[in-house]
Design a protein around this ligand. Structure first.
Ligand code: FES
Length: 128
């Protein structure tokens, strides 16, 4: 069996939503101290919905695929749903990651959480 699923390879080769949102409503940056990979997420939020999301990832193929899939999973979704996105859901949507690459999907979960935390710090009235 191939080490990486077709979906991982697809999102690695053709990552969706790469880039920067200059006037983002929330920005989050996280890193993994062990491997040194860094992920940055930008969110645009209107009426409690994630209307746009972009990412920059300096890291391994699994981290790039995880960021790409994570953006697809939260784009157009309510903020409350984006808050609940787990690394497991990202890995499942990619048809799995090798066990030693699961931490790459954790980075995607953490980057989104960090961007949402930034959004709430700018808009404390939105916090439930
Ligand atoms: Fe560190 Fe993939 S090896 S995020």
């Amino acid at each position: 069996m191939a080490l990486y699923s077709e979906k991982v390879m697809d999102h690695f080769r053709n990552p969706r939503n790469v880039g920067v949102i200059e006037d983002a409503d929330g920005v989050g940056e996280v890193g993994n101290a062990k491997c040194g990979d860094i992920m940055k997420m930008y969110l645009k939020i209107r009426d409690d919905v994630v209307t746009d999301v972009k990412f920059e990832t300096f890291g391994c193929g699994s981290a790039i695929a995880s960021s790409s899939m994570a953006t697809e999973l939260i784009k157009g979704k309510p903020v409350s749903e984006a808050m609940k996105l787990t690394n497991k859901a990202v890995a499942e949507a990619l048809d799995g990651l090798p066990a030693y690459k699961m931490h790459c999907s954790v980075l995607a979960e953490e980057a989104i959480q960090s961007a949402l935390t930034d959004y709430y710090s700018r808009h404390p009235e939105k916090r439930e």
